[in-house]
Structures are given as C-alpha cells and as structure tokens.
Design a protein around this ligand. Structure first.
Ligand code: SF4
Length: 303
C-alpha cells in the first residue's frame, strides 16, 4: 500500500476528514476530502456531523478556527511549525491600545488572526467578504487588522475610514508580486486576464482585471470565456485551477510566490499526525466562546 492509500485507510478507521487549503502541495490537495479557502473548509467541517477528527492541512489560525467552530471534534494540524507570519503580526495588546484610542470604532479582524485576537473582535471577515462585512456596519470609522493591503482595498471599496491594526501588517508571500512582472507576462500573453488577491499591494491591484479571494478567483475562471490567466496569488492555487479547467492556461505572476508555511504539510506528516492523533489544536474555552461569536457574526453577513 502506498502512503496516500495508507492515509485513506486510517481516515476511514478513525472517522476523520482531511481538509486542505488552496495553497497546499498538489499531493496533499489530491488526498483531501475538500479543498478550499479557510472559511469554506471550516464550514465543511461543521457540516460533517459524523466526523470525529479533522486533519486541517493549512496553517495555525485556520486550524484554530476549525477547533473554535467544531468544539466536539479533534482538530489536528499535521505540522506544528505551520504558522502564518501575518497572523503573528497582531497581538491582543495592540487591539486593546487601538480600542482605547478609537472607542467608537468597531473591530473587524481578518480570519488570518489567532483565536486570542478574534476574541477581541466585533466581527471577523475573510478576503471574500471583507467589503460586505465592513459595509454592514453602521460606523464610518473601523479598526481593521492585520493586513494593511486588505484594509486599504476595503477602504477603497466602502469609502469608510479604515484604521489598520497593526499599521503595517502584511503577507510576505503576496508582497512578492510586482506589477513589472505582470507587464512582461502581458507582453508575452496579451489576451491573458490578470487575477489578483487583495493581500497584494495597491500597485498590483491597479494592474488587475479581477481582484478576489482564492474562492472568487476559482469561480471567476470557471465562468470566464477567456483561455489564459495571469495569477497573482500563492502558487498552490494553480493545481486546483488546472484541475478544474484543463483546457485553460495559467501563468503565475511571480514564480517564487510560495508560502513556505503552507508547504510544511507533507503526506508523511499527515500520516503521522493521524496515526498518533497528535498535534491537536485547542483553544481555551473563554477565548473560544468569544472568537466563535465573532466568526458567527461574520456568517450572518450576506455576501
Ligand atoms: S500565504 Fe500569507 S497569509 Fe497565507 S498563510 Fe502564507 S503567509 Fe499567511
């Protein structure tokens, strides 16, 4: 039996499901029950009533959200080193300081935050619904963290005053994309449609034909009549895009746009974690209760 077969067998024995983020390695995406963005995956986990174990192939904050939303299930993160540097850029103290400075401003936190921070938020958002979440609030001034680029994009779309917390939070992988590279690719492939994630800089967003989260990019490509696409998000997405659209062609806007943290999850680590039921992600109940409320308020916003 090869490793993917061994994992499938263990999965059945232990009533587990395997969820993989769009940025995971191709071989990890191939053995997953579901591939998607962080909130699509957490929702899937909630819907899988019979599952007792969730193997979350992604990074720390996503596994934490799954644990918060699925308190009766055991959530495993196959690689304990898989931490999102952007999520680490925001601390509870920073949120408290900002709240003191702007006591009337609601706190909207991107899901790319630790559960302890989500517990301090009024509502969470994803890159797919950040604009709608901020629009749904009565306030004209909003504290938003931790991604300054997404904060800036939301400000452009809503016309509201968005105060980023921290001032310069960013995703190191999405920062690698540069408009110069897109211009070169456009010269080589003039008909290609440029798709950019909102974690990219303003300069990258300016050269985009479409700006959206990974789930929105996948939907856009499926529905588009275009044949070629230049993609401005982490390279793992190309595997899903090619699988879902075998007759279309994709060019990564920067060949080195690889999130090393996402790539820490390997088949070996998944097998070990599931076999030993190790690397269980837990969130203290007091913080989990508040973080759950912030996530549930997000689910109530129509997008
Ligand atoms: S791609 Fe960026 S935001 Fe996503 S896990 Fe990697 S560092 Fe974090």
């Amino acid at each position: 039996m090869d490793l993917p077969q061994k994992i499938q067998q263990l999965k059945k024995e232990k009533k587990a499901i395997i969820l993989a983020h769009n940025y995971q390695r191709p071989e990890v995406q191939n053995i997953a029950d579901y591939v998607g963005d962080s909130i699509e995956l957490s929702r899937k986990a909630m819907m899988e009533k019979d599952a007792e174990i969730i193997v979350f192939c992604a990074v720390d904050f996503m596994a934490e959200s799954a644990a918060v939303l699925n308190p009766s299930k055991k959530v495993l993160l196959p690689s304990t080193g898989a931490r999102c540097p952007m999520a680490q850029m925001l601390t509870v103290d920073e949120i408290k300081r900002a709240k003191k400075q702007y006591p009337n401003a609601p706190v909207v936190l991107y899901v790319n935050t630790l559960a302890s921070c989500k517990a301090e938020a009024d509502v969470c958002c994803t890159s797919a619904n950040a604009v709608e979440v901020v629009q749904s609030l009565k306030a004209d001034t909003v504290l938003f963290g931790p991604d300054m680029n997404l904060a800036e994009y939301v400000a452009e779309k809503t016309g509201k005053t968005i105060i980023p917390i921290p001032a310069h939070g960013f995703c190191p992988t999405h920062l690698l994309f540069q408009p110069e590279d897109v211009k070169v690719l456009k010269m080589e492939h003039p008909k290609a449609v440029v798709l950019v994630h909102p974690e990219c800089t303003k300069e990258m967003r300016a050269v985009a034909d479409f700006i959206g989260s990974t789930s929105k990019i996948c939907k856009y490509v499926k529905e588009s009549t275009a044949q070629e696409f230049i993609v401005g998000t982490e390279e793992g997405i190309l595997h899903r895009l090619k699988k879902e659209n075998p007759n279309k062609t994709f060019y990564l806007a920067y060949a080195g746009a690889i999130c090393p943290n996402m790539k820490l999850t390997t088949l070996d680590r998944i097998y070990e974690a599931l076999k030993e039921e190790k690397h269980v992600v837990t969130v203290p109940e007091a913080a989990a209760k508040k973080a759950r409320a912030s996530l549930e308020r997000m689910f109530e916003v129509k997008s």
